[in-house]
Design a protein around this ligand. Structure first.
Ligand SMILES: [Zn+2]
Length: 201
């Protein structure tokens, strides 16, 4: 674990908050603000602290998260629905916010704690992202670590870069899905998952 962490951290430089502060000051100047104005004097520091938190997924490896629980024998579909998440669109650095639904059908009894799935989602979400990649990264991690019969991830989100600017479509939702293994080959499995996530009771 330690060895792995060392390698991981070597590959990814630690966050440089001073650099972020400098950049934000330049942005404020660029938009015609006075970065020394009382109200925004501390904004570069605040943003640097905020970014440290909302981009912390860049410094967090996902490798160790989905370790199967030993000695389990569950082979039915496992579903985690309505996981709230907050991420940041890498094209505009504005938030996209929504819910994720995750399902997999274990193979050989290999399952993980449900909180681990939510945690993996959170790590991926706390990186500059596009919704499509967030969806496939999660499905691929489940396939790689649990070797299940299949996995499916659906993400439903609102992008502030769409709602706030340009075409201005408030509340428009973007849906993405990643479908792997049995969810791709067996329609009834896919439908079972879709029915369960759409059920509101
Ligand atoms: Zn965007």
């Amino acid at each position: 674990m330690l060895n792995f962490l060392t390698v991981f951290l070597k590959e990814r430089p630690l966050m440089d908050k001073k650099k972020i502060e400098k950049g934000v000051r330049l942005i404020l100047e660029g938009i015609g603000e006075d970065p020394e104005r009382a109200g925004i004097k501390d904004t570069p520091r605040r943003i640097a602290e905020l970014y440290e938190e909302i981009f912390s997924g860049l410094q967090t490896p996902t490798e160790e998260i989905l370790k199967p629980i030993e000695g389990e024998s569950h082979d039915e579909m496992v579903i985690l629905k309505d996981i709230p998440f907050y991420s940041v669109c890498e094209h505009h650095l504005l938030p996209f916010i929504g819910k994720a639904h995750i399902a997999y059908v274990p193979s050989g009894g290999k399952i993980v704690g449900l909180s681990k799935l939510a945690r993996a989602m959170e790590i991926f979400a706390k990186r500059p992202q596009v919704q499509e990649r967030l969806t496939t990264q999660l499905a691929d991690l489940i396939m790689e670590k649990l070797k299940p019969k299949g996995a499916m991830v659906i993400i439903d989100a609102e992008h502030l870069c769409l709602s706030m600017r340009g075409i201005k479509k408030p509340n428009a939702r973007t849906m993405t899905s990643a479908v792997r293994g049995i969810f791709r080959t067996k329609e009834s499995t896919r439908i079972e998952f879709l029915e369960l996530i759409n059920r509101r009771d």
